[in-house]
Design a protein around this ligand. Structure first.
Ligand SMILES: [Fe+2]
Length: 376
């Protein structure tokens, strides 16, 4: 498990971590000085493992170790099944949050008791503040504001955060591999566990009998006007990430595989890349592949092919919504091909014991707008 703990100023931090059921079995880390975002990240192999719920708290002291150390609140990570074990669990995926407004959709997420919260992009929109200096500090403050938001805190205190950047977190609307901002990536990596400032940002993990793939749709994306790295079509993945994804999907024996992708698969990926990926999955991948996506300010359920589904579960709290223009194989949108009305999160029930996955679009007041059951 990777834990990022933050202080309110420069400090040194250590962690106390224990299985929730065994409060006396405490693992204590070494002290670590905070980074430029007043946070410290700990990569811990022996704790946070599947099969137990985990608790942890940060101990914070001045870097000279002169003053008294203070203990921060206890936070928890829920029990999750070990890799390959059939069991029921839930997770939440969404995107697009305005930090100055309440986010009641996240209260719906809390009440679902998810094993993790996938925040797949747009933790704010400071790139649109034209008069603010675009620099590390601006993005560090944005990501801290997300973590400190009154509706983020209760969720992050009781479940794991899976975070990936979309364009606004990378420093520029519609950015691609030629235009994302390294200072924004550095701020994200300093505050969000699992993120990296440079190099390979996409990754995979398993929960029970489900495999998960988290994509990065900006860092390796072709520019809109080209050149296209693959010589054929515009790619949001780039050759290396697409090969990583297809190889790992083909190698996976899990009956259901979730691909968490910041950019809306059905509406925003190029037809060439969608076709290449869907055709590959139909020919070479076992089980079902479910794309959980964000970016577009709308909610939708789509079935691109026999083996693939897409859940678009957002935005968290943005007034300006995006129309869901006609696309083939759409199962549900809130307002046909028009502009939707609601703030939404995507809630997924994985029940490999009863051979199904339930994709649910939950409105911010807790009402279910739509669902689809996926046999697995
Ligand atoms: Fe957005």
């Amino acid at each position: 498990m990777t834990i990022t703990a933050k202080a309110t100023g420069p400090a040194r931090i250590k962690l106390l971590v224990w299985p929730t059921a065994h409060p006396a079995s405490i693992t204590e880390t070494a002290w670590k000085n905070t980074n430029a975002s007043q946070a410290a990240t700990f990569k811990l192999n022996a704790v946070g493992t599947a099969g137990h719920g985990w608790s942890w708290r940060a101990v914070i002291q001045d870097q000279a170790a002169v003053g008294a150390a203070t203990q921060d609140a206890v936070r928890t990570v829920p029990w999750r099944p070990k890799k390959g074990v059939n069991a029921n669990f839930r997770f939440v995926v969404s995107s697009c949050m305005v930090l100055g407004l309440p986010a009641p959709a996240l209260r719906v997420a809390v009440s679902a008791n998810p094993v993790f919260f996938g925040m797949i992009g747009d933790m704010g929109y400071v790139d649109t503040k034209k008069r603010a200096a675009q620099d590390y500090r601006l993005y560090s403050n944005q990501f801290r504001d997300f973590l400190n938001h009154a509706d983020s805190r209760p969720l992050l205190a009781k479940t794991a955060l899976v975070g990936m950047q979309d364009d606004h977190d990378y420093g520029q609307d519609e950015c691609d591999r030629t235009s994302w901002k390294p200072y924004a990536a550095q701020a994200f990596a300093d505050l969000i566990p699992g993120a990296v400032a440079t190099g390979i940002s996409y990754r995979k993990w398993s929960v029970g009998a489900a495999d998960f793939f988290l994509l990065d749709n900006r860092r390796f994306q072709d520019p809109k006007e080209g050149p296209f790295e693959n010589g054929q079509y515009h790619s949001v993945l780039g050759n290396r990430q697409r090969t990583w994804l297809t190889n790992n999907l083909a190698a996976s024996t899990a009956r259901v595989k979730f691909v968490l992708a910041p950019m809306t698969f059905t509406w925003y990926w190029s037809d060439g890349e969608k076709k290449a990926l869907v055709n590959f999955i139909e020919r070479n991948v076992s089980g079902k592949v479910i794309f959980c996506t964000g970016d577009k300010h709308a909610a939708a359920l789509v079935r691109p092919s026999t083996k693939t589904y897409q859940m678009l579960g957002g935005p968290i709290n943005i007034d300006v919504k995006s129309p869901t223009h006609y696309r083939p194989n759409v199962l549900w949108t809130e307002n046909g091909t028009g502009t939707p009305y609601s703030n939404v999160i995507g809630l997924v029930h994985v029940a490999t014991t009863s051979n199904r996955v339930l994709l649910r679009l939950m409105r911010e007041d807790g009402v279910e707008l739509a669902r689809v059951a996926v046999p697995i």
